[in-house]
Design a protein around this ligand. Structure first.
Ligand SMILES: [Zn+2]
Ligand SMILES: [Zn+2]
Length: 339
């Protein structure tokens, strides 16, 4: 039987173990993907630390998976061997629950299927994925280019395109890290007057390079006041995990403006008066499903949006993961299998 290498975790907070396993066969409705690259996302800590409720071990993390369809199980109509594909966080849906019947597949109520959490993910040479969770990868994006777009890219792109902002509106991106450096590029390419907000004057050249129209150093300037001077933001995409930093921009929302929360601080304070007086809102945003990933990749290839990545081979997964955790990576960490 053919063998593959995977990087698994065997217990909460356990180390990565590089082990050999049999290459699995895809069941009905599933495909096998030969993995070329997989991004490391901060949410992989849910697998590594065992903080996702009910997670079972051993488990292979990784939900920014890019590779090639290698084998197709019975009852799969759309996919065939050789296609370049990706899989993200959303690992599939039942299709018959209330949420699915409303088209809200991301909120499927009967089965929580999450790549790298409820099934093995992309820190491996092969992965099994449900067909409905698979996105096609366009020519023009390398596996390393495409991997971080499966979660960081998808989340920011999908939030922006569903934000209600229209071309020419002031849209701010709070935070200039893994998500934010993609969010600024998407917002600029979508035709928004894009304001990047981050800490420190040293980040301004990067923000401008990514397409920001204005840069606000939130250490030197009150970001809410800066946004009000620009007429108020229609949307602020909050990619940070710092509640007070989010609260500090709320006063910069224009009438009907909304704060879209992508990062997850433990709590978030807001002035009710501020929300009421300008019909302002705070809403959360999930990532998206496979068609959203596919459209994220297509837009990125078309518009020239790229993630800045640090690349490590699968053997160095522990080092790569530590680099992600350090918060010092510029900006996403990607592991490659050599395939
Ligand atoms: Zn992620
Ligand atoms: Zn469902």
């Amino acid at each position: 039987m053919a063998k593959m290498r995977v990087a698994q975790v065997s217990r909460p907070n356990g180390p990565f173990e590089l082990v050999e396993r049999d290459v699995p066969e895809p069941a009905a409705g599933h495909v096998r993907i030969a993995v070329a690259a997989c991004g490391i996302c901060h949410s992989d800590t849910l697998t590594k630390d065992g903080t996702f409720p009910g997670i079972q071990y051993p488990r292979v993390p990784g939900h920014e998976v890019i590779g090639t369809v290698d084998a197709v199980g019975p009852d799969v109509v759309r996919l065939r061997p050789g296609q370049r594909v990706g899989v993200g966080w959303h690992g599939g849906q039942c299709g018959y629950c209330r949420a699915c019947r409303h088209g809200d597949f991301f909120a499927c109520e009967t089965a929580t299927r999450i790549t790298g959490i409820t099934s093995d993910g992309g820190y491996a040479e092969y992965v099994i994925a449900r067909a409905e969770a698979v996105a096609l990868v366009p020519d023009g994006l390398s596996p390393v280019d495409a991997a971080p777009l499966m979660c960081a890219g998808l989340t920011t792109f999908n939030a922006l395109r569903n934000s209600g902002a229209r071309a020419g509106d002031v849209v701010a991106v709070l935070g200039l890290g893994g998500l934010g450096h993609l969010g600024v590029q998407y917002a600029a390419k979508m035709g928004f007057r894009t304001v990047a907000i981050a800490r420190g004057a040293d980040k301004e050249p990067l923000a401008r390079q990514l397409g920001a129209w204005r840069y606000v150093d939130s250490r030197a300037t009150d970001p809410a006041a800066a946004l009000r001077e620009l007429g108020g933001a229609r949307v602020v995409i909050a990619t940070v995990t710092d509640g007070p930093a989010m609260t500090a921009v709320l006063g910069g929302l224009g009438v009907h403006g909304s704060l879209m929360v992508l990062g997850a601080p433990p709590s978030l304070e807001a002035s009710a008066f501020l929300l009421i007086s300008g019909s302002r809102s705070i809403r959360g945003w999930y990532s998206g499903t496979s068609i959203d990933s596919e459209e994220t990749l297509a837009f990125s290839a078309f518009a020239g949006v790229r993630s800045m990545n640090e690349v490590f081979p699968l053997e160095h997964v522990a080092e790569a993961y530590e680099r992600m955790l350090s918060g010092r990576a510029r900006f996403r960490v990607v592991i490659t299998t050599g395939r």
